[in-house]
Design a protein around this ligand. Structure first.
Ligand code: NAD
Length: 338
């Protein structure tokens, strides 16, 4: 099939071309994001392939449908950037890669926890400048601490397994209970108990209307003073302004995020030397106890290979009119927020 691949970086191209070589779909790579302004580039392509920041909104979908597109292959799991209702109305099929890096994301969350706790990001800079003082680098043992995991699917479970290895107690919140998490000794409780008892809270649930700004000023007020929040899921799970207030008061002792509510304006681009206009993001970067990575938790060799192989398997299934397990069907009551 003729596939217009948007938001392509060199590393995407390398893994996509390798996975496509036995299949021979006709790939054309576009560097820009897909949105209503760039959608015209896909005219004549039955399939469009996109990633997390591409804006597959109603206006974009109308342009794609008019140009003959009937399949959108997401190279990611989350589909909060797709207007599923409009896609269904236009007869456009949406497929995704439901799991490509659960170990990579969970391991990255642990990397953020360890770096923040032991101040490794600060120690790295100090030592390079010949400053070997330990002042301000005091950490705490993870052993015997309580970790609250919100969302105990594939990634949340693996985080639980790893933190169990550190000797942590596991509290969990999810709309479904995962027996594997319970087998680890994890205890499901309601959110107020997670907030009140956790030394570290790690977010692993999807972004939906019910989870939008899950971490807000009311939640933060219930937390243990000086606790740590980790978000490798989706930026809008956190009300960033409320978190900034929590950091300023000391109620939040540490913040590690791989995702940010307005990240599509920033992440995946080299903006060094440019003036960043997002004052909220810039304020976050000024705290010594905040560690931000630019949506790289998934970014492992295994994940890129898996994304590429699953994407082409999905496209081939639809091209050959086979049923595809990774098709996303519009369910009005479960529509995700953008
Ligand atoms: P998953 O579907 O396996 O698990 C998600 C869990 O969240 C499920 O157990 C589900 O029941 C639960 N959940 C649903 N609604 C909830 C609610 N209202 N409150 C609490 N829990 C709820 O997904 P996963 O593979 O573990 O991925 C988790 C999230 O990680 C994804 O939603 C995605 O946004 C994010 N992600 C980030 C990266 C990255 O690079 N940073 C990469 C992949 C995925």
């Amino acid at each position: 099939m003729k596939v217009a691949v948007f938001s392509t970086k060199t590393y995407d191209r390398q893994f996509l071309e390798a996975a496509n070589s036995p299949i021979q779909h006709e790939l054309v790579f576009f560097e820009p994001l897909l949105n209503r302004d760039t959608a015209i580039l896909a005219a004549g392509f039955p399939c469009v392939c996109v990633f997390v920041h591409d804006q597959v909104d109603a206006a974009t979908l109308e342009i794609l449908a008019a140009g003959g597109t009937h399949l959108i292959a997401l190279r990611c799991a989350g589909f909060n950037n797709v207007d599923l209702a409009t896609a269904a109305k236009l007869g456009i099929t949406i497929v995704r890669v439901p799991a490509y890096s659960p170990y990579g994301v969970a391991e990255h969350a642990v990397g953020l926890i360890l770096s923040l706790n032991r101040k490794i990001h600060r120690a790295y800079n100090r030592v390079r400048e010949g400053n070997f003082s330990l002042n301000g680098l005091l950490g705490f043992n993870l052993n015997d601490r309580t970790v609250g995991i919100i969302g105990t699917g594939k990634i949340g479970l693996i985080l639980g397994q790893i933190m169990k290895g550190f000797g942590c107690h596991l509290l969990a919140y999810d709309v479904y209970h995962n027996p594997e998490l319970e087998a680890l000794g994890g205890k499901y409780v309601e959110l107020p108990e997670i907030f009140a008892k956790s030394d570290i809270i790690s977010l692993h649930c999807p972004l939906m209307p019910q989870t939008h700004h899950l971490i807000n000023s009311s939640a933060i007020a219930q937390m243990k003073p000086g606790m740590m929040i980790i978000n490798t899921s989706r930026g809008a799970l956190i009300d960033t302004q409320a978190v900034i207030e929590g950091l300023k008061s000391g109620q939040i002792g540490y913040l590690g995020v791989d995702v940010y509510e307005q990240e599509s304006e920033l992440f995946f681009e080299d903006l060094s030397g440019e003036i960043i206009q997002d004052d909220v993001f810039q304020r976050l970067t000024t705290f010594p106890n905040v560690l931000i990575t630019g949506h790289q938790a998934f970014f492992t060799e295994e994940a890129l290979r898996n994304i590429a192989e699953t994407t082409f398997a999905n496209i081939t299934d639809i091209e050959q009119s086979r049923s595809c397990n990774n098709e996303i069907r519009h369910q009005p009551e479960k529509t995700l927020v953008a």
